[in-house]
Ligand binder design. Structure first.
Ligand code: S3P
Length: 474
């Protein structure tokens, strides 16, 4: 056990209970081992599944509001279901109506500070967003509760949220320098803080702002680099007072005023650019493809991949630009053709942090070298994504160099060799990215465990095969 100044050891009576817990979300409809084979081209129209980040927030803000929030377009993956289950354990009433993947979700909230003590440990499966954002909500409630997750989530750093929440007055019980299982000793006497983020992380920013909701006075997060602002947008939508101001240099100051009365709202969740990315890149790397992905969220703090692909020479047309639930959205028409290597600057990383695995696949098929910089945060994702990507490229004969926080890929200028078996390490984006590689590579590409795809994109295989992909059980 390792302890930070405000941490204590987990009481022995809880340790057995934590280790015996069954994961709530075990079982998956996606077969474990999948293989993807080369196809000449992809064609058709598909609709991007609901945005994962916005889906978590819609449920959480619905739970913190009074009245009935009605959500459409919610992503129905395991991660979002983990958030729903945790919020139910806190006293929110959440019901799903209508057919799967077209449901309306109704949330009857408990109001800011009105959650009840959960009767059991909260199991958040694979979901870092659930764990970190819920930590902010739980820390400002006057009870002790526990959260855990799968092998991947239990390896991920939580000190980044423990530290600011301790400064606000909460205490934590954790092991191994701040990892799950985590006990949260909350308080309803939180003190407001001004906190400069040491890492560019929307999850940490959101955690502090959520804690600030149930804290008297003004809580301010200072961001040296702008990250996705879905929390700020949704806070306003639900009636909270949020100020976003320029700070010193490139800093942005985000301030939330505590104890607002959040009001239930209607939320329409736009499609997820991070999920759309797989079909978009697949079309880009198969010459002659013509694919339209409808309903793609284009929040400027999420759209870095599309900018990068255009710099690489991709033919992407943004059609029917519109606003969905306060977020910019368009349909993306992508025609396949030759990509060329580029340098992706470090400053762009926060706007495409989840898209580097799939960008590495585009780079593997491009003409020339692609250099990706500023990737340190990739090591703290569902897996050490920098190492997982590098190992997957190596297994498929793609020449590359991995640095501490960078990746350089030598493109094949067409179909890379392929033929490898890729270890996904419980990481959905590694699984989907290398299956996309298999659609272009000379020899088929297999992934050892595709079940994590259920966390963010349960319809991935069906949607891709509908476009002409050949992905099947291995
Ligand atoms: C997310 C923020 C990002 C991202 C994750 C979702 C969010 O994580 O990688 O998939 O919903 O706020 P970080 O905040 O750790 O960069």
């Amino acid at each position: 056990m390792g302890f930070s100044p405000c941490q204590n050891q987990i009481p022995a009576c809880y340790e057995g209970a934590l280790s015996q817990m069954e994961p709530v979300l075990s079982g998956s409809a996606v077969p474990a081992k999948l293989i993807a084979r080369q196809v000449p081209r992809l064609e058709g129209r598909v609709r991007a599944p609901g945005d994962k980040s916005i889906s978590h927030r819609a449920l959480m803000f619905g739970a913190l509001a009074l009245g009935e929030t009605v959500i459409s377009g919610l992503l129905e993956g395991h991660d979002v279901r983990a958030t729903a289950a945790a919020l139910r354990a806190l006293g929110a009433q959440i019901v799903q109506e209508g057919p799967a993947n077209g449901s309306i979700w109704r949330v009857r909230g408990f109001g800011v500070g009105g959650g009840q003590e959960p009767a059991d440990v909260l199991d958040l499966g694979n979901s870092g967003t659930s764990a970190r954002l819920l930590a902010g909500i739980l820390a400002s409630h006057p009870f002790t509760c526990f959260m855990t997750g799968d092998d991947s989530l239990r390896r991920r750093p939580m000190q980044r949220v423990i530290e600011p929440l301790c400064r606000m007055g909460a205490r934590f019980l954790s092991r191994d320098g701040g990892r799950l299982p985590l006990g949260i000793v909350g308080t309803d006497e939180m003190v407001p803080i001004e906190y400069r983020l040491p890492v560019a992380s929307a999850q940490v920013k959101s955690c502090i702002l959520l804690a600030g909701l149930n804290t008297a006075g003004e809580t301010t997060v200072i961001e040296p680099e702008a990250t996705r602002d879905h929390t700020e947008r949704m806070l306003r939508h639900f009636g909270a007072e949020v100020r976003v101001e320029a700070g010193e240099g490139r800093d942005t100051r985000i301030t939330v005023v505590g104890w607002p009365e959040l009001k239930a709202r209607t939320v329409v969740v736009p499609g997820d650019p991070s999920s759309a990315a797989f079909a978009v890149v697949a079309a880009c790397i198969r010459p002659g493809s013509d694919v339209t992905v409808e309903n793609v969220g284009l929040n400027p703090l999420r759209a870095g991949l599309f900018t990068t692909l255009q710099e690489m020479g991709a033919d992407i047309v943004f059609e029917k630009a519109r606003d969905v639930g306060g977020e910019p959205v368009a349909d993306l028409r992508v025609r396949g053709g030759g990509l060329k290597g580029v340098i992706v600057p470090a400053e762009r990383a926060p706007t495409m942090i989840d898209e580097y695995p799939i960008l590495a696949i585009a780079a593997a098929c491009a003409e020339g070298t692609t250099e990706m910089l500023g990737l340190a945060e990739l090591r703290a994702k569902e897996s050490d994504r920098l190492s997982s990507v590098a190992a997957g490229l190596a297994a498929n004969g793609v020449r590359h160099t991995m640095g501490v926080d960078s990746l350089t890929v030598q493109g094949a200028g067409g179909a890379p060799p392929g033929g490898g078996l890729v270890a996904t390490h419980l990481d959905h984006r590694i699984a989907m990215s290398f299956l996309v590689l298999g659609l272009a590579a000379k020899d088929p590409v297999a992934v050892d465990d595709a079940s994590p795809i259920e966390t963010s994109f349960p319809s991935f295989v069906q949607l891709m095969n509908g476009l002409g992909a050949k992905i099947s059980s291995a």
